[in-house]
Write a protein that binds this ligand. Sequence first.
Ligand code: ADP
Length: 891
Amino acid sequence: MSTAIWGESDFQAGEAFSPSLLRHLLHQMIVQFAANGGILALFNENLGQMEICLHLRMRKNTTPPSASQHGPQNENSRVPNRLTTVPLGPDSSTSALERLIRPAQAVSSDDLEDVSPQQSSLFPVGNTYPLGQDIIGYVWGKNEPYVMRQEDYLSFFYSGPQPIQTDVVPTWYLATPIQESMLVDEIKNRKKAARMLGVVVLYQTMPGPPFQQRQRAEAFNFAERIALYLQNDRLRQRQLRIREYLHELQEISAAFPSTVQLATLVEKVYEFVSNVVDVSSMLMTLYDRDTRLIYDVFAVRNGKRVEDLAERPMVIQPVDRPTWWRITQEEKRQVLLEDAQLEQAGYDELLTGTWGDQHKAGSFLLLPMKMFNRVIGSLCLTSQYAHAYQAEEIQVLETMVQIITVSIENAKLYDRSRQSLREARQREEALAGLNSALQSISTVLNTAELVQKFVESASRLVEAEMSIFFQLSPDKQYIIAQAAYEPRRTLLDEEELAVAASTGALTNDYHPELIASIRIPFKGTVLEQMVSASFFYLDEPMAEELAKISAEEGAIFLRETGIQKMLMVPVLYQTELIGILGVHTPQQSHIFRPSDIGMLLAICGQAASAIRNAQLFAEIQEAYAEQQRLDKLKDEFLVTASHELRTPLSAISGYATLLKRQSNRLNPQQILRFASKITGATQQLTDLVSSMTEAAKIGTVDKKLDLQIGPVQMQPATEMAINMLSVNIEQKIVFQVESDLWVQGDPLRVRQVISNLLDNAAKYSPPDGRIEILAGGTILDKVDVPEDQSDIEADPDMPIVLVHVYDEGEGILPEDQKRIFEKFVRAPRSLTTPVRGSGLGLYICRRYVEAMGGRLWLQHSIPGEGSAFSFYLPRIEGIAETGKDIPDESK
Ligand code: ADP
C-alpha cells in the first residue's frame, strides 16, 4: 500500500518526482546552456515556497563543451558523432514527450557533482524561498527568465551567510521559471490558472562570454519542456497508484460475500477512501427495500469513528430523510458541494445527523450506491479543504462504491436466499434420495418393489396423506393400482376402519393382491380426457362418475378414500402413458404448491423410465433365459446326435470293411448276417434322421401338421406298432386292446406314437422287465389328466380311447418328469448311459397326439420301479360295428 497521498495536494516538492529524472533534466539544461552549474527549486505546497532540491555543477577540471556555447539553436552545427541520447528512466521511455528532448551533449553525468552546503553557501539544497525572495522568488513572481551578474545578485538578492563561503564563485546567472503546462482536459476540468512548478538557476564561473539575453527565451522554452516532463512523471506515478487502488478494490470485493461482515467491509471502505482523498468525516447509509427503512451503518465524525454502528445501525424512517430520499431514490444523483455551497439551504439534512454537523467542511461529496437503476444507499464524505474531490478521484471512488454496492446486494441476496436455499436443499436431498432409491431399484429391476418405492418417495416428498400408483392395462381399458402408501393413518371411525380393512384401501401395508384389484375404467372416461394435461385434480363428482362404472373394489376405493381433490399426475415414458400417480394433500386442506407439483412431475418422469426399464429388462431377461435354455438343449442334442449317428455308422463301416477284406473267405450265412447288420444300422440312421426332420418340421407350435385324419382301429394299430419295434427287444410285451376301439386320427402317426412309447419302455428297462400296453374306451371327464395337460375347452363328456404303457424300468426323477416332453430333452441319467436316443421322441409324440385332438402325459414314474405313459384320442364308432353301443370300460 502506497504511503503517498494522492489528491491531497496536487503538487509537492522533490520527492513527488523521481530523483533521477530531476537530475537528468538539470544536467541537460546545464549542458545545453554551457553553464558550469545549476540549481533546481520546486514548489513545496505544504510550505507555499520554492525549495531547492538539487544543486549540480561541472567538476573543476572539466570544461563545458564548446559547441554548447551557442546554445540549443545551434544544434545543427554539432558534430554528429558526439550526439547522444541519454535515457530518462525505465518508465518514461514510452513517453511521447521524450521525443521533445534534445540529444544531450556528450557530457557524462560523472562530469557533474552535487554541491553540498559545506562547499558553497550559495543555493544550498533544502533552502526555501517565499515569493519575491532571492533570485528564485523574484523569477517566480515575475514569471519570466532573468540574466544577472554575480555582483548584482549579491547586492540585490543574496541573504545567506556573510561573507559568502564558496569554493567556486559564479560570474553570471540565468534564472528561468518552470511553469505548469496546461493540458487540454485540465483546462476543461479545473478552470485554474497555470501554476508555477519551480525555478531553474544556471550559472557560469568563467569570466568568458556571459549568458546572452536571447538565451532567456531559449531557457524559457527549455523550462516548459521540463514542466512537461515533470507533469508526465506525476501522471505516471498516479497511474501506478491507480493500479494499486484497483488492486485494493479487488480485495474489497473479494472480502464479500465470503465474509459477510458489514463492519469489516465498511472499515475497508473507509481505509480505501482516506487513501484516495482527504476525508475528515464519512457516512454510509443503506436503504432496505424489505423493511422500508433507512440505516446509517458507518460514520466517522471529524476523524473519530462512531462506534458499533455496523452492528447497531441508526434506523431512520424515509419520511425523516426527505432530502436524502429525493436525491438518492428519485433523482439518483451525485452531489458535490464546495465551500459556500455548503451553507446553502436545502442540504441541512445531509450535513447533519449521525456524523455530526458538517456545515463547516470545505468539500462535501455524496455518491449514490447504484445497483442497476436502483439506489441501495449512499456514501457521503467531507473534507476540511475546498476542492478536495477532483474528477479523477471521484471516478475512483465511484468505482469503489460500485463494487461495494454489488457486494452488499450480493450479501443481502445471499442472506435472503439462504432460507429458500435450505428448503431447496432439503428437497434436493429428498430428490437425491428418491433418485438413489430409484437407481438402486433399477439395478434390482423388480417392478413391484420399484413402484412401491415410487409411491413412498412421492408421498414423503410432498408430505402427502396418501399416494397411489395406477398402471395402464396393456389393452388401455383400465388403470390398475400397483402400489399405495399412506404415511399416517387418517382418523377413521370404527365403521370406516372396518371398510378400510376389508378393502385394504386405507391400511398402511396394502396387500398387493388387494391393491391390484382396484381397477378403474380408463378408456372413454374423464380420466382419458384429462391425461393430456401434465397434472389434474380428481374431485368428488369425477370420482363418483368413475365409481359408477367401476367394479366393486374400484368403486369402494373411489367412494371410501374420501377423495375431495386428489392430485393426479400422468406418468409418461416419452409420449407413452404408463400410468397415473394419485396424491392426497395433507387433510386435503390445500392444493399443492407449484414447487411440490414440480417435484412430483420430476419423480414421475424418473419413475416412468425406471418402470419402463424394469419392464424391458424383465422381457430381455426372459428372452435371454429362453435363448440360453435353447442353446443348452442344442448343445446336448449335438452331443446326443453325434453319438447316435456314430454308433450305427461305425457298425456299418465295420461290417462293410469285413465284407470287403474277407469276401473270399466268408460263407453265405456270414455274408447275410453282416449285410443284415448293415441294413439294421442303416435303418437306425434313417430313423434318427427322419425324427430330426420331423421335429424340425413341427418346430413351431403354431405350425399345422400335415395329417391324414381318418378312422383308426386301435387293436391292429398296436400290433403293427409292436412289429415296428427293433428286432432285439428282450422284454416281454403284454397288450390288452379291445378290437372295437376306434379313434379319429392319422393311422401312421398313431402307430408311431405307440411304437415310440413301447420303444422307450424297452430302452429304459432291464431286459427281464415287463412291458404292458392297455387301451380302453371312456369319457374325458373320467380321466385323471394332469392340470397342465387338461384341455379346458374340451367337452368333459367326449368319448375317448385311453392308452397306458407301463414298464418296470429305471423311472424318471421328479425334476425331469415335465422336461422330457420338450424338444431335445433327455433325462441326465440317459445321457450317461449307452442307451441311444435324441430326446425328440416324446416331443414328437405329444405334438402328434395333440394334433389329433388328444393329450399325452406321464401318468406316474417311480425311479427304480417303473413308469406309466398315457394318452387319449377322440373315440369314434367303429366302421364295422356302426350303430352298436360302444362298451364303456369304466363301467
Ligand atoms: P429319447 O428316448 O430319444 O432320449 P424321448 O423324447 O423319447 O427321447 O425321451 C426323453 C427322455 O425321457 C429320455 O431320454 C429318457 O430319459 C426319458 N424317458 C422316456 N421314456 C422313459 C421311460 N419309459 N422310462 C424311463 N425314462 C424314460
